[in-house]
Design a protein around this ligand. Sequence first.
Ligand SMILES: Cc1cc2nc3c(=O)[nH]c(=O)nc-3n(C[C@H](O)[C@H](O)[C@H](O)COP(=O)(O)OP(=O)(O)OC[C@H]3O[C@@H](n4cnc5c(N)ncnc54)[C@H](O)[C@@H]3O)c2cc1C
Length: 291
Amino acid sequence: MRRGDLTGALHAAVRDDVEFLFDDSVDTLDQTGHGVDVTFRGGGGRRFDMVFGADGLHSRTRHLLFGPEERFHRYLGYSFAGFTMRNTLGLSHKTVMWNTPGRAAALYAAGEDDEVHALLTFAHREPPFDAIRDPEARRDLVATVFADAGWEVPGMLAALRDADDLFFDGVSQIRMPRWSRGRAALVGDAAYAPSFLTGQGSSLALVGAYMLAGSLADRDHAAGFAAYERHTRGFVTVNQDQVGEGDAALFPTTPRALARRNDMLRDLSALPATTGRPAHSALTLPAFSRP
Ligand SMILES: Cc1cc2nc3c(=O)[nH]c(=O)nc-3n(C[C@H](O)[C@H](O)[C@H](O)COP(=O)(O)OP(=O)(O)OC[C@H]3O[C@@H](n4cnc5c(N)ncnc54)[C@H](O)[C@@H]3O)c2cc1C
């Protein structure tokens, strides 16, 4: 399922019951009164009973509540650029990938479209903070890393130069000792991003939101936030632990590891169908009663 389709389905499910404020963001949070006083960048302020930060890996809500991202950021040694480009290979419902140790280029066709998702991933020792802040620097960094690459990569680099939807970031996790402070809590990537190497980020965000809402259904914020953590943290940890630092099986950095990865991928199709669910997706969600 495409990210935009999931977002659209979630929005459609609640838009008649929930007030949405688009193109605005939280500027300050103040918990000194009996609630959370919020001011918005767009102007004005309001008091809420509780605040939930679901604003992703680089969450500003987390920064306001817990301090700088560096405290919780676990960089996994890779950076990536994602963008859409013309489907010149006529791909349909498939992903094709080119690799050398430490570099991968992938074209991903979710359906039958004139456009495909392009992904350029590469090993990079330090988090690419400069390139994250500067659009030209990120294009230059990716172009330099892939300068001598073959396959479809020259065309991908040309498309990258013109892309208006370029997304660039380090591959990172967020690990926090707790996910709430006072009447405010974090959910999804803001609290426990597992990184795309796990393929589990959307699942964790949805499971976390469900557990948070259910935990608060018949409790006050303090007991509800404690229950949310108690019942969700184990599942989050199992998922985050799928990736070891600098050891992402999908994007190996040595020729030997790359050969092993290729053998593993070849063997996948020959494996018998597994029975049961692996631990990282084996959470049975409890049923919560509506308040
Ligand atoms: C290349 C790539 C591939 C991935 N593949 C998969 C996959 O196959 N399967 C999977 O499960 N997961 C995958 N993920 C991870 C998944 O996208 C995330 O884990 C998931 O989107 C997290 O959801 P979220 O709602 O917590 O955060 P996000 O989806 O990041 O949403 C945060 C939202 O908050 C908004 N926001 C940010 N800051 C502010 C602010 N200051 N004020 C107001 N709004 C703000 C953002 O605009 C955004 O809309 C992938 C991620 C990447 C980068």
